[in-house]
Structure formats: C-alpha cells, structure tokens
Design a protein around this ligand. Sequence first.
Ligand code: MLT
Ligand code: MN
Ligand code: ZN
Length: 304
Amino acid sequence: MLKILVLGSAAGGGYPQWNCNCETCKGHREKRINSTARTQSSIAVSSDGTNWLLVNASPDIGQQLRQCQQLQPARSLRDTGITAVMLMDSQIDHTTGLLSLREHHKRLPIYCTRMVHQDLTTGFPVLNMLEHYCGVDWQEIDCNQPAFSVPGIDNLEFEPLMIDSKAPPYSPHRHDPHPGDNIAITIRDTTSGSSVFYSPGLGGLQDSTRAAMKTADCLLVDGTTWTNDEMQTRGVGSKLASEMGHLAQSGSGGMIEELSHYTCRKILIHINNTNPILDADSQQRRLLQEQHIEVAEDTMEIVI
Ligand code: MLT
Ligand code: MN
Ligand code: ZN
C-alpha cells in the first residue's frame, strides 16, 4: 500500500493568508464563497500507516499534526509517527517547520539535495540551529543516483528528479539557479509497482519531467496560480508565477494543457490564496472538473 496524507495543500502564506484581503481570502472570511481553509504545503507518506515520511516541513506543522491523529502512534511516552523528513526545496513554506521538530528524541534524519543543504546551513541556517537541539542526520539526495529507500519506511522507494523552479528569495544563489535547488519525487510501492509523482513547485516541464510523469499512477503537482500574472491582477504583488518558479494552470502551455496528456489521477496541490479554484463553485473549478483534475484539501488521503 502507498498512502499519502495531505497535511497542507496551500502555497506559502496558507489560505486565507493572515494579512490578505484579496477576493478569495476576504470571500472565505466573510463566507461569501464556498471554500475550505488550507495550511501550508506538506504531505506525509507511508506504506503501513504507522511510520511516515514527512515530505516538506511547513510552518503550520503543529496544527497539521494535531489534525492528523495518524501521525501520533503513541507507542511510548515521547513518540512520533515521523520517521524521517524529505525536502523538495529550501523554501520557507517547506522548511521552517523543522524548528518545531527540535524536541525529537534522536537525531532527525533529513533527506535533501546538496543545494538545499547549503541554503539551510547559510541563508537560513536551521540545520545548524537544530544541532543545539535534536541534531540532524543529513542524507544527501543525489539526482544522478537511482531510486533509494528510507530506513523505517518499508516497501517504498523514492526516485528524485531535478526540475525547473527557483531557489528561495533568501538563498545566496537566488538569481543563479543550480541543479538540485528544487526536485520532484516519484514515490513507488515496491510490492505493487504503483507510484505517485509529487512536485509542489514546478516551473515548467522538460522531457525528463514528462517521462517521470508518464509512469505515475497519480500526479500531485503545482497548483499555485491560475494565471501567470495573478498576483498583479489580484492587486497583491508584482511577481509573476514564473518568476517564483511556478507554472500557471490556464492558457497555452499551462498546467491544464500539460495534464491533458495523462489519463491517471491528477491532483493540484500548493494552491496560492489568490487562486480562484479555491472557490469550489467557481467557473475555473468547473473547468478543472471537466478535465478530471482534482484540487487537494488538507487531511485528504490518497491510497494508491
Ligand atoms: C513559493 O513556493 O514560491 C514560495 O514558497 C513562496 C513563499 O515562500 O512564500
Ligand atoms: Mn511554496
Ligand atoms: Zn489572498
């Protein structure tokens, strides 16, 4: 069995975002639209429902763990269902939750690329800081290596893939992209062969990305914005989605068009608070339904 728990389905800032009064954030607060609140980007993966790999550690991790009882197996006085942590990038919404894991009773196994490790020991030195608490057992993800396993997470293998996206604004090499700044991961059940492709920050698709997606039984991909200039048209910022390393859904060459080539289960995740698809009754959401594309929600369970 391959089980995925969506801990947080929103992009950085969550939904509604604390300081935002855009149409969707305000609409949610005033209950004018049909939408569900969402915490920031993270999933948990397991084959046995007891031992979990946390993929991305969101600043909302405390709330997420309280909401998902399955991650607390209570086998001893101090216990957690989190066996190890894997990071897709070093973005704030994917890494600041590591600080909340500092009470771990042993060194925390963290799987990430060399570039992510560099950011997390320089621009945002959270791994250095954790050395004063639980400590970290860094396991390098090398995208040139074949699929690997994670001790304690039985019957699953992980195949990393370098993708187009962006290092975070705080990164010493924000404007100087390196392979390994952002990865996607194929998670495969070694017993059944079934797999999920997870990529919450996908700036564009290359042949290698499409090849990995073709073999998956479920795609869990970047659903950040509907249009590339959404931050501008919603009046909340000047950055294009593409400048932040995200491929917008609509339009020519957008995520919807890309996904039309796949017949497997398709789910958008990492939804920005400005995205009109957050309103379940929106015309944009109807369009997704017609294309058989789902929108992830917090606590959603995906069993493959
Ligand atoms: C992103 O995915 O572009 C970032 O997480 C944005 C952020 O950190 O707020
Ligand atoms: Mn993000
Ligand atoms: Zn907003």
